[in-house]
Write a protein of this length. Structure first.
Length: 187
């Protein structure tokens, strides 16, 4: 079924004029700010620092809560962002809870949900946060076992000592890991 839209030239120009005006004003504002040395706001900037504890809370009860800095409006960012974190963290998906992060520009940067940008703008900081938290948990376990961290691996919510097959849960390591410095380079 197709419907014919009766749209006059005048109606089309009236409707699109506001759109064109919006783009022109936005560009003029950006150029004026740039001329006086003011950096324009970046709606899609990653959160400053990307601290893993801003996104991930691991409880002593083995619960893993992800704080997602984007709203859910039907596009699925809460599930997709949680999956990104869970994969990098190597955690048990059945123990994952997701919450919308509180408004906190210092921790999360711009928290807008607009233009299907949630995954495009958060995948890198979330991936990095998950990887940093995983490495901190591995470091905490290696200290507890007094072994080199390369002898340990993360697996399904546990850190495993590859030489002995001993396992420590994320919940048992979370408090110690939270006191460690955030690693600079993670894969």
């Amino acid at each position: 079924m197709s419907a014919t839209i009766n749209l006059s030239r005048r109606s089309f120009l009236s409707a699109t004029g506001g759109l064109v005006l919006g783009f022109v004003l936005q560009e003029k504002t950006r150029l004026a700010a740039q001329a006086v040395g003011i950096p324009p706001p970046n709606l899609f900037a990653p959160p400053p620092g990307g601290k893993p504890n801003a996104y991930i809370h691991i409880g002593a009860d083995e619960s893993v809560t992800f704080l997602i800095p984007k709203g859910e409006m039907g596009q699925g960012p809460t599930t997709a962002c949680s999956q990104l974190l869970a994969e990098e963290l190597e955690c048990d998906w059945t123990k994952v809870r997701m919450e919308i992060a509180p408004v906190d520009p210092a921790a999360y940067g711009h928290q807008t949900t607009v233009g299907s940008q949630a995954i495009r703008t958060t995948w890198e900081p979330l991936r990095r946060a998950g990887a940093e938290a995983r490495e901190m948990l591995i470091q905490a376990a290696s200290q507890k076992w007094n072994v080199d961290r390369t002898q340990c691996r993360a697996e399904n919510g546990f850190v495993v000592n590859q030489a002995t097959n001993a396992r420590l849960s994320y919940g048992s390591l979370a408090e110690t890991a939270a006191r460690l410095p955030v690693p600079a380079n993670v894969a």
